[in-house]
Design a protein around this ligand. Structure first.
Ligand SMILES: [Zn+2]
Length: 488
């Protein structure tokens, strides 16, 4: 993840100046889950904008999202499990209370996942998600329980080695599915069917539907809203993903990796089967389905492989993607020339939609962007807009190696993948433009946004000792960690 989009209350805050900076203002932010104890006492904080990270989506959107998130938090058990009795209010509040996660408590997982075969049947009212996971105990003969994360899911069935588990064979609460007794074998197959409701998902984490398109956001902990899983970055598996949906409403079906087959099914529906040959953590999983058109191009790697490049947008935005395609090809060439890193698949997809809340996300071979960070036309875009698109397209592409193929053990290491990749995108922008101007702009951002944060109640180490909600850590400190070290 590169860029948090923090919508502004005033559209006047959206303008970049020549150095790629935005005007800024402190805006009161009401947070229900601040990361630090001392901060949690205050309901209202003044959070300075990370202005280079910031793009105004539309007026007042931040406030409406905050309200949506609040409503979502207040009805978390609505979509919860159907096979358990609904907990009373006291139990509910205990289960939903944020839990502090400590770095010192890290332990290796008791079970690894080798392969994950996902199948999505996308629908207007509900989506059925089927997962088939090959599970490997870390220690042969382990009797440890397997604890899976899951939130806002309706469990339909669980099978182990093909045998359907009955109620009582597992434990279920609003955040976990626990399997206490598992086969003492070298490996076994776990199959789970769940039902989810993307059209009701206003958190914009997991799988959601917006403006008629299905879209995912799984970093940091969104995958647990798609299916029950060990939602932690040290669980790395090879994925396949079959997506099925109505052919007229969703002609484009995308996921990670290479497209291995596609075709029509009954009832006016169609499917696409995707296979990602490289292991990845679940936060890099992505799915997009909708009515999109693509700008197509190719890139020939230094070893002579031809990579198909596609930038997907709503059809009316396609003419504005020329600079993004130029930026992508420049980034691919630069990473080969400067870091010796070559793209590793036959296809690279970029999706730009207006309803993507996190700005940009480096999902393996399926980068998803907010339109603001991809679209540009000479009539309306400034030089700074063009420079920002170059930098962000480069940043997400560079994550293919720094973050994706080489990933984090846990979320305390977020600054490693972000700091290193920010360094790489800064070097890229410096080589493509003026190194001096770029450096002055980056240092200015640190002085304007990072230093005040470090002098205030939101100050925290680059690698914290604990957190309550990981989302709160996508701040300047992590994204600019490398600069910060140099300045100190
Ligand atoms: Zn990033």
């Amino acid at each position: 993840m590169a860029r948090l989009i923090i919508p502004c209350r005033s559209s006047s805050l959206a303008r970049f100046n020549l150095l790629g900076l935005l005007s800024h203002a402190p805006v009161p932010v009401r947070s229900a889950s601040l990361p630090f104890r001392n901060s949690a006492k205050r309901l209202t904080q003044y959070r300075p904008f990370l202005t280079s990270e910031v793009t105004c989506l539309r007026k007042n959107r931040f406030l409406s999202h905050s309200v949506d998130r609040y409503k979502q938090k207040s009805r978390k058990l609505i979509c919860s499990v159907a096979t358990e009795s609904v907990p009373d209010k006291a139990e509910e509040s205990i289960m939903d209370a944020p839990k502090e996660i400590f770095l010192k408590d890290y332990t290796k997982p008791d079970y690894y996942f080798e392969t994950v075969d996902l199948s999505f049947s996308l629908g207007e009212e509900k989506t059925i998600v089927s997962s088939k996971i090959k599970v490997l105990p870390r220690v042969k003969g382990s009797s440890a329980a397997l604890v899976l994360d899951g939130h806002d899911l309706k469990l339909l069935s669980v099978k182990v080695q093909g045998k359907l588990l009955k109620e009582g064979d597992y434990q279920l609460d609003s955040r976990h599915l626990t399997l206490p007794s598992l086969p003492a074998e070298e490996s076994f197959v776990l199959e789970i069917d769940t039902e989810i409701y993307p059209h009701k998902n206003t958190s914009l984490d997991g799988l959601y539907k917006s403006s008629g398109n299905f879209c995912t956001q799984c970093e940091a902990e969104g995958f647990r809203k798609i299916t029950f899983y060990q939602d932690r970055p040290d669980i790395m598996a090879k994925y396949t993903c079959r997506v099925e949906a109505d052919k007229t409403l969703y002609p484009v079906l995308l996921s990670n990796g290479n497209l291995t087959s596609q075709g029509d099914t009954e009832g006016g529906r169609h499917y696409a089967l995707w296979e990602d040959p490289f292991k990845k953590p679940c936060y890099l999983f992505a799915l997009v389905a909708g009515q999109l058109a693509s700008r197509d191009d190719t890139f020939t790697t230094r070893s002579g492989r031809q990579v198909s490049l596609k930038i997907w947008t709503p059809a009316e935005d396609l003419p504005k993607t020329a600079h993004a395609m130029y930026s992508l090809k420049a980034a691919m060439k630069w990473d080969e020339d400067v870091f010796g890193l070559e793209y590793d698949l036959d296809l690279f997809n970029v999706v730009a939609v207006p309803d993507f809340n996190m700005g940009a996300m480096e999902n393996k071979s399926l980068n998803i962007f907010n339109s603001k960070l991809v679209l540009a036309s000479p009539e309306t875009a400034t030089d700074a807009d063009y420079a920002a698109i170059l930098g962000v397209i480069g940043h997400e592409y560079f994550h293919n190696w720094t973050g994706n193929r080489v990933t984090c053990r846990d979320w305390f290491q977020l600054s490693l993948k972000e700091g290193l990749t920010v360094f790489r995108d800064q070097e890229f922008s410096s080589d493509m433009g003026s190194r001096t101007v770029k450096r002055i702009a980056d240092v200015s951002k640190l002085r304007i946004y990072q230093f005040p944060q470090d002098a205030g109640p939101m100050a925290h180490p680059v690698r914290p000792h604990s957190y309550i909600k990981m989302d709160n850590f996508y701040t300047g400190k992590f994204l600019f960690a490398r600069n910060y070290g140099i300045l100190l």
